[in-house]
Structures are given as C-alpha cells and as structure tokens.
Design a protein around this ligand. Structure first.
Ligand SMILES: [Zn+2]
Length: 155
C-alpha cells in the first residue's frame, strides 16, 4: 500500500519513532501512521491505525509520536485513530519483514497457517504459548533447529 507523502518533513520525523516492542522498525514502516495533515497554523493531525483493537501498545504509539514531534518543535498535535480499513499484515513491506526475520521474529503471514522459523526457514514449527515476550507475539518452537522464536501476531 502506497501512501502519498504530502508533508515529507513530518513523515521523516515520524520515521524516527520506533515500535515500542520491536525498536528496529518504526511506526511508519509498520503501517501504523496512515495520514499526516497540517493546517496553516502548523497544527498537525496524525492519523494512526492501531494494529489490532485493544493492542496495549496503542497508547504508547501516541505518546511516542507526541514526544518525537515535540522534540522537533511540533507541539500542536492531534492524534486520531482510524479503524477502517483495519490494519493488515499486507502493509508490511518485504524490507520490513526481512528486518523482523533478522530479529528472530517471524513476520505475519497472510492467509497461511504455516509459521516459518526465522532462523532456518523450516516450516516444521509448533506453538508453545499464545503469548511470547509481549502480548502481541506468540511463542513458537522450531522442530528442526530446536530454537524458540516469536511470531508477530498483531503489531
Ligand atoms: Zn529453525
């Protein structure tokens, strides 16, 4: 999904906001930041789509966005949530998925129940726990390399 970047300076600031749980990826590449608009008084409206309803990171996203914009002099900021269309794993680019793999996190697979091991790419894996290191991840184990890994199920 391509986003029209109308305020490139604001987008580049937002690209510095890391995901609170997976700091190697930022909220823009995660697809959480959907829209940026600015009126003539430099009032910013940031539209975010939380990765799933009730995701505990949603409040953190907002705080981090506010803090980072304030560091760059933007304090007149409104953050609004847009739940439709719902966040989808399709908003993750191949590059972002590759970064997740490098962190030992298997990125979400669309319409596919097979969760590949991020280390050896084996599809011979099993779930150990619905909740991994954070509520947004599940803990899996690879039957081939025997390594446990996190599967990123929401954001
Ligand atoms: Zn493996």
């Amino acid at each position: 999904m391509k986003i029209a970047h109308e305020n490139p300076d604001i987008w580049s600031i937002l690209e510095r906001v890391p995901d609170p749980e997976i700091p190697v990826i930022n909220l823009v590449e995660l697809g959480v930041v959907r829209e940026v608009s600015r009126d003539e008084n430099d009032h910013l409206t940031i539209t975010i789509t939380p990765t799933y309803t009730g995701c505990p990171a949603k409040k953190l996203f907002e705080d981090l966005i506010r803090e980072t914009l304030a560091e760059h002099g933007y304090t007149n900021v409104t953050i609004q949530s847009k739940l439709n269309p719902a966040w989808t794993t399709e908003w993750l680019s191949e590059e972002t998925k590759a970064k997740l793999m490098k962190e030992g996190i298997s990125p979400p697979t669309v319409g596919d129940r097979v969760i590949p091991c991020p280390r050896c790419k084996s599809i011979n894996t099993k779930i150990i726990s619905q909740f991994g290191s954070t509520p947004c991840q599940s803990l899996y184990s690879c039957n081939d390399c025997l390594e446990p890994f996190n599967y990123f199920k929401c954001h």
